[in-house]
Design a protein around this ligand. Structure first.
Ligand SMILES: Cc1cc2nc3c(=O)[nH]c(=O)nc-3n(C[C@H](O)[C@H](O)[C@H](O)COP(=O)(O)OP(=O)(O)OC[C@H]3O[C@@H](n4cnc5c(N)ncnc54)[C@H](O)[C@@H]3O)c2cc1C
Length: 284
């Protein structure tokens, strides 16, 4: 189908984008890489009167260090995230998961910020951002605020980004020297995950010193598997210990049932994939 008619602007600054959004109110929509929004417009699930394209705002692109944090601009593409040396050094999990997002064409158009703002519970980046303790910088005409991961994802396709606001960057504490793995379960290549697990761990002398685990598609938002994290710390990086900790991966989750699998199947998958992801992250 062809989208309903809309006005289109492509500002070159965040300020101009915010002004355009403020003027159009709730009838405006932001477009980043368009990989999720365009299908929505073509199916006429949304019919904005104004589309504000962020593609010409250079300030929203790029990856930089800021003390103990890695800062990723919202308009940085998945392809740039996957191949960036700073990401590989300080947030390896994003690189490991990023190469599993869709296919090369989508990764070259789709953006890190767009993926998080879209908040599809089957999207791969949300669980990784949570596992890395990311915080989200949101800018509106009233100023800029930083939202912690726990508060960013509110529900299915719903985040803390308010009307007339933009996600401008994502701040990630450096996880230098941590191992990482993203275990994504799909029926065919390049698909969205039925369930996926993001794991990053710091192993010290054969013992798991710190662990963070995120779950994809195990509820209406990405989730942290905090029971698993607590059970892993202080344990030897062995199959037996990790298997025992992974048994609680589905605790506190509310997975969907659909044609790809029912909720019980997803709960089972979560434990299996968590064991695999943690072991791979720990290098076992
Ligand atoms: C064939 C195909 C397969 C895919 N497979 C996967 C997959 O396996 N895993 C996966 O994770 N993703 C997958 N995707 C989605 C892809 O990762 C997109 O990059 C992502 O969903 C949205 O990014 P985008 O930059 O294209 O955002 P857009 O589509 O432009 O925008 C998405 C939404 O976010 C809003 N938005 C975007 N940027 C901002 C911002 N800075 N501030 C506020 N709101 C904003 C838009 O208004 C819109 O509502 C797939 C997409 C396609 C087309």
């Amino acid at each position: 189908m062809i989208p309903a008619q809309f006005e289109y602007v492509a500002p070159t600054t965040v300020e101009d984008a915010l002004s355009a959004l403020a003027e159009a109110g709730e009838d405006a929509k932001v477009i980043a890489g368009g990989q999720s929004l365009l299908p929505v417009l073509r199916m006429r699930l949304n019919a904005p009167t104004l589309v504000v394209d962020l593609g010409k705002i250079e300030a929203l692109r790029g990856i930089r260090e800021d003390g103990d944090a890695l800062v990723i601009g919202a308009m940085t593409t998945h392809a740039e995230v996957c191949t960036n040396p700073l990401v590989r050094e300080h947030a390896l999990l994003l690189a490991k998961a990023g190469v599993q997002v869709a296919d090369p064409q989508v990764r070259h158009r789709g953006t890190f910020g767009g993926s998080l703002a879209h908040a599809d519970p089957a999207g791969d980046m949300g669980a990784c951002a949570l596992a890395l303790d990311a915080s989200f910088v949101i800018t509106g005409s009233a100023g800029t605020r930083t939202v912690p991961g726990d508060e960013f994802f509110e529900d299915l396709f719903t985040t803390a980004i308010g009307e007339g606001e933009l996600l401008t960057e994502v701040r990630i504490p450096k996880h230098t020297g941590w191992g990482a793995h993203y275990e994504k379960f799909v029926r065919v290549a390049h698909q969205w995950p039925i369930v996926a697990v993001a794991a990053t761990v710091r192993v010290d002398g054969g013992t798991i010193a710190e662990a963070r685990v995120g779950l994809t598609n195990m509820g209406s938002t990405p989730l942290r598997a905090r029971a698993v994290e607590a059970a892993l710390v202080g344990q030897p990086a062995t199959d037996e210990a990790v298997r025992a900790a992974a048994a609680s991966a589905a605790e506190g989750t509310a997975p969907p049932s659909d044609l790809n699998g029912d909720a019980d199947y997803r709960r089972h998958l979560a434990t299996v994939l968590t064991r695999r992801a943690v072991l791979a992250a720990a290098g076992v």
